[in-house]
Design a binder for this molecule. Structure first.
Ligand SMILES: *Cc1c(COP(=O)(O)O)cnc(C)c1O
Length: 228
């Protein structure tokens, strides 16, 4: 078996075990394959194993790959920091954006989403650990931003995304993810219809599942170490 097929089996086994161990069990968890810095050959290999959703962080690296893989039926997720001058290309080429953290970016994506495409699926990125260095809206400003995004007709607000402060401690990981889950539940109670909680990466996907993730963003555990 190739490394990638083997890696996929291992990730799926980790997900299955975490779901079994979780009382907070979501019905299903989707795996988003984070392909930043990975080759189109590696992406093709995963696509042949029935993975259809891929995540990229860097627009300039992503665009040629999207073009080279246009023969495949893939969904592309933009998960990186969005600069104002990049919104048009993101709106034109991607199916999802996980990293909307200010209204100005949301408005531009809305205005620039081509008419012939379905509304762009978006998650509001929350700086759940309130780190100065991190992108994301502050937790106490997330509801207002989510409400404003939900009003934009060419965007479809799907949920929330976060990258908590890195920790090797499982309980700390669960705690941070649980804060995002609580915010997600509150917004749904307040009438927003969110179905996506994008949290958990290669090293902390078990904790994310325990806290109720619906979409994991997994890079290295699938593709192996990222080339520098
Ligand atoms: C790189 C990245 C991931 C994947 O990280 P891995 O450790 O490779 O699983 C997930 N989300 C975001 C936003 C990333 O930038």
């Amino acid at each position: 078996m190739s490394n990638i097929a083997d890696n996929l089996n291992k990730v799926q086994a980790r997900v299955a075990t975490a779901l079994e161990n979780s009382s907070n069990r979501p019905n299903s968890v989707q795996i988003l394959a984070v392909s930043k810095k990975q080759t189109t050959d590696a992406i093709r290999e995963l696509a042949a194993l029935d993975m259809h959703d891929f995540g990229e962080n860097y627009l300039q690296d992503a665009l040629p790959k999207l073009e080279q893989l246009a023969d495949l039926d893939l969904y592309w997720h933009f998960i990186g920091h969005i600069q104002t001058n990049k919104t048009r290309q993101v709106a034109q080429h991607f199916d999802w954006v996980h990293s909307v953290d200010r209204l100005k970016i949301a408005r531009r994506l809305n205005d620039q989403r081509p008419d012939e495409l379905a509304p762009l699926n978006v998650c509001v990125q929350v700086n759940i650990s309130e780190e100065e260095s991190k992108d994301g809206v502050a937790p106490n400003a997330a509801e207002q931003l989510a409400r404003e995004v939900a009003e934009l007709p060419r965007l479809k607000l799907r949920g929330l995304m976060a990258i908590p402060r890195a920790s090797d401690d499982y309980e700390q990981q669960v705690q941070a993810f649980t804060e995002l889950k609580s915010l997600f539940d509150r917004l749904n109670t307040d009438g927003l219809q969110l179905d996506t909680l994008s949290m958990g990466m290669s090293h902390d996907l078990e904790a994310a599942i325990a806290a109720g993730a619906t979409m994991l963003r997994v890079g290295q555990a699938l593709f192996g170490p990222r080339p520098a």
